[in-house]
Design a protein around this ligand. Structure first.
Ligand code: GDP
Length: 700
């Protein structure tokens, strides 16, 4: 019995396909699904029918932004492909998928080599210690150069790439590959759906190169495995299965990256890639047990990948499916969960019932009774569970190391085009907010505007696109703005009164608030210090609500207020006239007053910036960054390039991609992600405040 359970886990590969945009990730994923027999018709990205890209605008833009998971089978092994987005604006999405996968295929373009974003995703994979294999795609394109990509992987990524194949021909003559492990040629005949792969002798023209790289492979394996060395010295051969075993170990321990090649578009190299995924990438048994915290004791707990352990799983994606409603994607780390069973959300202290459990195949959804350790499934029925939550058993609570989501830093006003759109707009925004933890919706009371915020311009563009297509809401949007915040720098006591007593039943609310600056990142803290009953307990929640609501729009320029500590210290009430509303209003008035007297300041998002640039352009790049108020922290060497690291105010970085491209003839690459908030220099703050006042007036 134990061995059966073990064998099931051993056969699972939870993998992601990661790449620079346009390297061919979608095409490769789709071909993998085709060859595993789950897709009956070859979809083509160019025609917008690829199976993984199920949102319309993705197909139009040709980019993948959702992280759905697809299950397929190859030679008795169960491969779950977790889709990862390729655009830098979706870093959070890439990170959340990297967190739940055990291994990855990194797709490179044989012409473009190691492009800037390949570097970004490579570093993210390093961060999570994800074992990788590399697939050099587009070998059929003019200018394709396999060995160049291998070289760049070393110099630009600092990786240990070791070819386990070499191409036979290139560009128009790309015919197949030499498998350096079996020393056989895999030759493709034809290109379409009926293309076949034949195994044969290595063609004369690549024999020399093949034996050179076979030698290289064995030599490198000798460095990581003694057995290889020994056999080598004694001139004993190695069986293919022995070599594969060593490559597997070296890949899983991060000592090497096996490199393969092909042309996905022409259906070349896909079957050996599937073999490599199952041969070299880890099963859930090969990775360390998952770690978490028991929220009751604060102690660290680990869970082994076994269905006999207590259940725990991580929610890594929430989507809305037109047919089944809300779908919650879960990576099950330990134990099992059954349809109809209950799960406990330790962070939220709530219990929810699992409706249906689905395994998502490329062309169908399969309902299963149970999800076991190692599985990746979609669950229907979880209403209050969001991305990043851990679900577990109530008696054995655990919170897995949570995912880190940067706060949105860019926002824009949005308004419905017609009255009919109004209601649908609210619903659509709410749904998308649930799905995407980096997307936020707020309401500016002063201007009456709905504000949407996200991680970058493209992020918001896609939201608006989805709104129109998926939810059929037409909306007007403003230019994107930096999401400033406000806080105070001085402690102050303030009084808020809302009293109306002219005939009939009146209103009476009266609060005294102590307001003080709070540490960075604490948001709005609220505590009631009332002991003598000057305000009855039942009204305290309304006071808190009044404060929270008033904090949405600060005193300086109407931006959300953060890092303020509010204490309710006194007040009074009226037997007849006091009400929840009256205390809510009094608290808002008191808090607003306190903000004004608390020496308020404006805060701006600061981005963690990294620019990689050839040395000859370093001067121009650094000069330009200094003019953008960027604080440069370090300039380091990476291979033959310079890496500039610093902190950049987002407000100065609009259009940076275009500038840096023209400064360096397209040779620089950069990444940027939100890091922290910091006070805006006074002279700049004055201008921002003036502009925001002007805008408020014109909207009235
Ligand atoms: P993604 O952005 O990484 O998902 O890339 P896609 O799969 O959408 O591919 C980008 C473009 O490259 C599309 O026009 C594909 O048809 C094309 N493409 C993908 N694989 C190959 C290949 O092996 N050879 C050639 N010549 N083109 C390819």
């Amino acid at each position: 019995m134990t061995t059966k359970k073990h064998a099931r886990l051993e056969a699972i590969r939870n993998i992601g396909i990661i790449a620079h945009i346009d390297a061919g990730k979608t095409t490769t994923t789709e071909r993998l699904l085709y060859f595993t027999g789950k897709v009956y018709k070859i979809g083509q990205v160019d025609e917008g029918t690829a199976v993984m890209d199920w949102m319309v605008q993705e197909q139009e833009r040709g980019i993948t932004i959702t992280s759905a998971a697809t299950t397929c089978f190859w030679k008795e092994k169960n491969i779950n492909i977790i889709d990862t987005p390729g655009h830098v604006d979706f870093t959070a999405e890439v990170e959340r998928s990297l967190k739940v996968l055990d291994g990855a295929v990194v797709v490179f373009c044989a012409v473009g080599c190691v492009q800037p974003q390949s570097e970004t995703v490579w570093r993210q994979a390093d961060k999570y210690g994800v074992p990788r294999i590399a697939f050099v795609n587009k070998m059929d394109r003019t200018g394709a150069n396999f060995l160049n990509v291998v070289k760049e992987m070393k110099t630009r990524l600092g990786a240990h790439p070791i070819p386990v194949q070499i191409p036979i021909g290139a560009e128009g003559n790309f015919a197949g590959v030499v498998d350096l492990i079996t020393m056989k040629a895999l030759i493709y005949k034809g290109e379409g759906e009926n293309a076949t792969m034949e195994t044969g002798e290595i063609p004369q023209e690549v024999k020399k190169l093949a034996s050179e790289y076979r030698h290289n492979l064995i030599e490198k394996l000798g460095e990581v495995d003694e057995m290889v060395m020994e056999r080598y010295i004694h001139e004993k051969g190695l069986y293919p299965h022995e070599i594969r075993e060593i490559v597997r170990k070296a890949t899983i321990s991060g000592k090497m990256v096996p490199v393969l090649c092909g042309a996905s578009f022409k259906n070349k190299g896909i079957q050996p890639l599937l073999d490599a995924i199952t041969d070299y990438l880890p099963s859930p048994l090969d990775i360390p047990p998952v770690k978490g915290i028991n929220p009751d004791t604060e102690e660290e707990v680990t869970r082994k990948p076994s269905e006999d352990e207590k259940f725990c799983g991580l929610v890594f994606k929430v989507t809305t499916d037109p047919f089944v409603g809300k779908l919650t994607y879960v990576r099950v780390y330990s134990g099992k969960v059954e349809q109809g069973g209950y799960v406990y959300n330790a962070a939220k202290d709530t219990k929810e019932r699992i409706g249906k459990i689905l395994k998502m195949h490329a062309n169908k959804q399969e309902i299963v009774d149970v999800a076991l350790a190692g599985d990746i499934v979609a669950v229907v029925g979880l209403k209050n569970t969001t991305t990043g939550d851990t679900i577990c058993e109530e008696e054995y609570p655990i919170i897995l190391e949570s995912m880190h989501f940067p706060e949105p830093v860019i926002s824009m006003a949005i308004e419905p085009k017609t009255k009919a759109d109004q209601e649908r707009l609210g619903m659509a925004l709410h749904k998308m907010e649930e799905e995407d933890p980096t997307f936020k919706v707020t309401y500016n009371k002063e201007t009456g505007q709905t504000i949407i915020s996200g991680m970058g311009e493209l992020h918001l563009e896609i939201i608006i696109d989805r709104m129109l297509r998926e939810f059929k809401v037409a909306a007007n949007v403003d230019k994107p703005h930096v999401a400033y915040k406000e806080t105070i720098t001085k402690s102050t006591r303030s009084v808020g009164k809302f009293i109306q007593q002219s005939g009939g039943r009146g209103q009476y609310g009266h609060v005294v608030l102590d307001i003080a600056p709070a540490p960075k990142g604490s948001g709005i803290l609220f505590e009631s210090k009332i002991i003598g009953g000057s305000i009855p307990r039942e009204y305290i929640p309304s006071v808190k609500e009044g404060v929270t609501e008033a904090a949405l729009n600060g005193a300086l320029a109407g931006y959300p207020v953060t890092d303020v500590d509010v204490k309710l210290v006194d007040g009074s009430f009226h037997e007849v006239d006091s009400s929840d509303i009256a205390f809510h209003m009094a608290a808002s008035i008191g808090f607003n007053e306190g903000l004004k007297n608390g020496a308020p300041i404006l805060l701006e998002p600061i981005m963690n910036l990294e620019v990689t640039v050839p040395e000859q352009y370093l001067g121009e790049v650094v000069g330009d960054l200094s003019a953008r108020r960027v604080k440069i922290e370090a300039i380091q060497d990476r291979a033959n390039l310079k890496v500039v690291r610093g902190f950049a105010p987002l407000a100065e970085m609009f259009g940076y991609s275009t500038t840096v491209r023209s400064l360096t003839q397209g040779r620089a690459s950069h990444t940027m992600e939100p890091s922290f908030y910091q006070e805006v220099p006074k002279n700049i703050a004055i201008k921002i405040i003036e502009t925001s006042k002007g805008e408020t007036k014109s909207h009235k």
